[in-house]
Ligand binder design. Sequence first.
Ligand code: NAG
Ligand code: NAG
Length: 401
Amino acid sequence: MKSTFASFVAAAAFFVSSVHAAQPLYAQCGGIGWTGETTCVSGATCTALNEYYSQCLAGSGSSTPPTTTTSKPTTTSPTTAPSSTDSLCGATRTKFTYFGVNESGAEFGETKIPGVLGTDYTWPSPTSIDYFTGQGFNVFRIPFLLERLTPPSTGITGAFDSTYLSGLKTIVNYVTNKGAYAIIEPHNYMRFNGAVISDNNAFATLWKNLANEFKSNSHVIFDLMNEPNGIDAGVVYQAMQAAVNSIRTTGATQLILVEGTSWTGAWTWTSSGNAAAFASLSDPNNNVAIEMHQYLDSDGSGTSDQCVSATIGAERVQDATNWLKTNNKKGFLGEIGAGSNDVCVAAVKSALCTLQTAGGVWIGASWWAAGPWWGTYFQSIEPPNGTSISRILPEALKPFM
Ligand SMILES: *[C@@H]1O[C@H](CO)[C@@H](O)[C@H](O)[C@H]1NC(C)=O
Ligand SMILES: CC(=O)N[C@H]1CO[C@H](CO)[C@@H](O)[C@@H]1O
């Protein structure tokens, strides 16, 4: 979670554009809370995608809002996400295959290398995993710090620190033994030991080595790098593609998540250059998805508990959703977070409605964050009484299970 001035400018441009006359193709033209123009340019029709978002789409289709229908029972299967039409989003929802929380701790104390377990960093708590699997969640994103796994003395292609690797495997196995999925994720912003990771071969070797450690566990998901930033989108794409290819040379078949530059923000997916660069993404096993992050405060950094509006979630994920559909890609919203107040609860719901009414292009989402050391952090969902437990969990997350 980080923000950029560029993101802020992009957001400002977005709001300015909404006061123009007829809306251009693919622009917003309605939805709960929308006060901008509701007509579209010639050749486009304002079409309700869900209660929160109407969009100018090509053609002259019906512009009536979606009707609310009663819920119907769905069949569940371990491999396919069921669809249901109910009143939550006013449209047919495709439920997430993966829905869960981030489990922070092992990446804490980033200035303390290697740091002391229990003092500078910690592993997620098994009781937290129990709590969320008991609530029906099935995925846990587990950040770790690369400098602790591959010490700077030997670099990212060197041997793994056996103690830290063992700690990672212990919590991963705890998660997967419960039938849930564990996303392993270097929380390094595409940096190592203070320098940008610019050697794609080294990055690919790192992931080949990691895949060899985890390829026998089908419930492990590989999230290649947390929030690259300050690097050209095309350069980040090349690194991600190299790692995808190298993982597959090990015979590992699990889901891979790649992230783009500009903190892999959904709201800046196009303006950051990620959209153009990642259109070429491919996987020999066709089991890759693009992880994006989205916060709902004014600068998109997740540092304020105040959300821009009740519909900001829907607005900020819409462009990326369109891109996923157009480019036949899958998305995973790996970080979303907001405060526990009426506006933010509605904003989170609006985002998740947009994700679940997008015809299945979004395979999952995870809240930022659980973890034993968050204290009174406003986005902590750590049981028993993290701030997000009282309202966000029952009102904004569980309805999307
Ligand atoms: C949770 O409860 C403990 C014990 O009462 C308290 O110290 C802590 O501040 C509470 N946390 C939050 C986020 O309210
Ligand atoms: C705003 C905030 O709480 N940021 C935290 C996000 O998580 C990292 C650890 O991954 C912390 O270092 C930040 O303080």
